[in-house]
Design a protein around this ligand. Structure first.
Ligand code: 48F
Length: 274
């Protein structure tokens, strides 16, 4: 007597994914990019009861964390980010005035924090355009990674009250607007991010988190790419702080109108989390 069948396995996956995907189609916040800043923003927003969906085009969430520096999988943070590092719960070693963290541990821990807080992370989903209503970004147009790029298959739309561009150096979502001339002068009008200056870049990436267009916020390297800030290499404190700041700014705006508290709590409960 068979205990389970192949059909049951497939049906279990299909039912679970269908439920997750259906909830994700309408949320409070869509974050594009599951790198350091995007996952931090997702974790913080979901922790405050906001319904968050993260779209990631690659197979694995974690963005640029995994590779550390030149493939050496260690990353560095500065003292200002230590509170967040401790809250994520990863180990760190002191190195002079800096701290070193195993890149895999940080990537895995941030992803776990975001999901256990109630965020929905959808991998293999590529954002390919924005949805724009009355001069405001109201969602993301997205397709399966690889399918949309190679076949004439129409996308799907994820609707949200706020969208965060956390796509790193490419600032993909901001570019959807820039290429049509929607962004004001000074935002993606010049040469993108500036040459490397680690300390200045780390400050810039936090100080310049903002709503660059109605409904669209930038965090992480997308901040520097859109506003000409310096790049900074494998120091990640600024990414964590930038994600936390984006969550705070978006949370303040949504605080007045968020309907997602119960939704997010329900999502976490469905997965057996507290
Ligand atoms: O690159 P990434 O980690 O962005 P970040 O949070 O962090 C930057 C650092 O990794 C590093 C650095 C540190 O000092 O300079 O570069 O700003 O994560 C960006 C994520 O966005 C995904 C991409 O696969 C990556 O995981 N992404 C990019 N374009 C799309 C996308 C897209 N069109 N749709 C969905 N995901």
């Amino acid at each position: 007597m068979k205990k389970f069948t192949e059909a049951q396995i497939s049906t279990a996956i299909l039912d679970a994914y269908h439920e997750k995907f259906r909830c994700a189609l309408q949320s409070d916040v869509v974050i594009v990019g599951a790198g350091a800043s995007g996952l931090t923003a997702a974790w913080k927003l979901a922790s405050s009861g906001i319904c968050v969906v993260v779209l990631e085009k690659r197979l694995s969430p974690g963005g640029g964390i995994w590779g550390g520096s030149m493939g050496m999988n260690e990353i560095v943070v500065q003292p200002e980010a230590l509170d967040i590092v401790n809250a994520v719960g990863v180990k760190h070693r002191t190195h002079g005035s800096l701290f070193v963290i195993d890149a895999s541990e940080l990537a895995a821990a941030l992803c776990l924090k975001a999901i256990q807080a109630g965020a929905t992370v959808l991998n293999l989903i590529n954002a390919e355009d924005v949805c724009l209503h009355n001069g405001r970004v109201t969602g993301l147009v997205a397709n399966r990674s690889l399918i949309g790029e190679s076949l004439p298959v129409d996308p799907i739309v994820f609707t949200a009250q706020a969208v965060i561009d956390a796509t790193g150096h490419e600032a993909v979502v901001a570019n959807f607007l820039a290429r049509r001339g929607y962004l004001k002068k000074g935002v993606l009008m010049d040469s993108g991010e500036d040459a490397m200056d680690a300390q200045a870049g780390e400050a810039f990436v936090v100080d310049h988190v903002r709503e660059i267009f109605p409904g669209l916020w930038v965090t992480g390297m997308a901040v520097c790419a859109t506003q000409g800030g310096p790049r900074m290499g494998p120091i990640f404190g600024g990414m964590l702080l930038s994600g936390a700041k984006a969550a705070k700014l978006v949370g303040e705006v949504l605080g007045k109108q968020s309907s997602g508290g119960q939704h997010s709590a329900d999502q976490a409960k469905t997965r057996g989390n507290k």
